[in-house]
Write a protein that binds this ligand. Structure first.
Ligand SMILES: Nc1ncnc2c1ncn2[C@@H]1O[C@H](COP(=O)(O)OP(=O)(O)OP(=O)(O)O)[C@@H](O)[C@H]1O
Ligand SMILES: [Mg+2]
Length: 301
């Protein structure tokens, strides 16, 4: 098959691994820089142009759209969908996953376990917002944060109130969430391909830290999932409409709860921790599913 990886950087571990794995399975794999794609959207025959030429008809596209280029990146993916090209993750699903509130609302609608979460723009009753999610200890998150930056643990209602007030004063969008203390500073990253969890790792926060992000000194190891955890991850991916994603789960005393679903999950951490060839599994999925016009929304979302 002829397959394109949409990625800004061909040197990233995930991009390199995907190319390597695809080629090892006999495919022709091109890395296309998303921001260098351009197109005539009014043409009756939709195409994508790149470096002065029309891109060939790909059998499949693997979008690796970074958070900072979501807007343009999803437009490029949509153009491929309009051409009937199979996109491993559809543009609408990527957009959903980038909006934390939208994601949580979608997951909640499907009855997937979540930490109790509140959000507000200008509450005149901050105390009520706090009470509503069960009171301190609470986690307060900046919606735009990543890698653990902008995630604050407030151990008392008074501290929570001050932090919320401070963030609101900065006009930041935040959400207020029940602190899952029993998770013990660990979370589980489930790597989902199609309707299966193909690899899972437990990330444990460094001593004295509750955020398990590897960037914050967390350590990862292979983990065996319970049936319920596995089902939660698969259902979360399905609710978001993502075929390839990382579902982050906390082990709470009311069952597994989903923190987040990532539509461009990194391969490095998970392949090292689990020693699984995740990239190869992505291509096995493509071989089974990539057919023209197989995407559900076909760019209509
Ligand atoms: N409600 C919670 N209870 C307990 N621990 C939490 C909770 N929310 C987050 N954490 C811990 O903090 C870490 C960072 O939180 P989160 O993943 O929400 O933000 P982020 O990593 O900054 O954002 P993103 O994952 O979008 O890059 C999590 O990996 C988890 O270990
Ligand atoms: Mg995270």
């Amino acid at each position: 098959m002829r397959i394109a990886i949409l990625s800004r950087n061909e040197n990233l571990y995930s991009t390199r691994r995907l190319k390597e794995a695809g080629e090892a399975r006999g495919h022709q794999v091109d890395i296309i820089d998303t921001l260098h794609c351009y197109m005539d959207i009014t043409s009756s025959n939709p195409t994508v142009r790149y470096h002065g030429e029309v891109l060939p008809r790909y059998d499949a596209v693997i979008p690796r759209i970074g958070a900072s280029i979501t807007f343009y990146g999803t437009a490029v993916v949509r153009q491929f969908e309009m051409m009937g090209t199979f996109c491993v993750n559809e543009s609408v699903a990527i957009s959903r996953s980038r909006d934390k509130l939208r994601s949580l609302q979608l997951l909640s609608r499907k009855g997937i376990g979540l930490p109790r979460t509140g959000f507000a723009s200008k509450p005149d009753k901050i105390q009520d917002l706090i009470k509503n999610v069960g009171g301190a200890p609470l986690v307060i998150k900046l919606l735009e944060g990543t890698q653990g930056i902008g995630v604050v643990l407030a151990e008392t209602n008074k501290a929570a109130e001050s932090v919320i007030e401070a963030f609101m004063g900065l006009k930041a969008n935040i959400l207020v969430q029940e602190f899952i203390k029993e998770a013990g500073g660990a979370d589980i990253r489930c790597f989902v391909v199609g309707d299966k969890v193909v690899a899972a790792m437990k990330r444990q926060a460094a001593e004295g830290e509750f955020r398990s992000n590897l960037h914050r000194g967390g350590a990862a190891q292979l983990v065996r999932l319970s049936k319920e955890e596995r089902a939660t991850a698969v259902n979360a991916a399905k609710a978001m409409g993502l075929n390839l994603c990382g579902v982050d789960i906390l082990q709470s005393n009311h069952g597994p709860v989903v923190m987040e679903v990532n539509s461009s999950p990194g391969l490095e951490g998970i392949e090292i921790a689990t020693k699984k060839d995740v990239a190869d599994l992505v291509f096995q999925f493509i071989e089974k599913n990539a057919k023209p016009n197989a995407n559900r929304t076909r760019g209509k979302g």
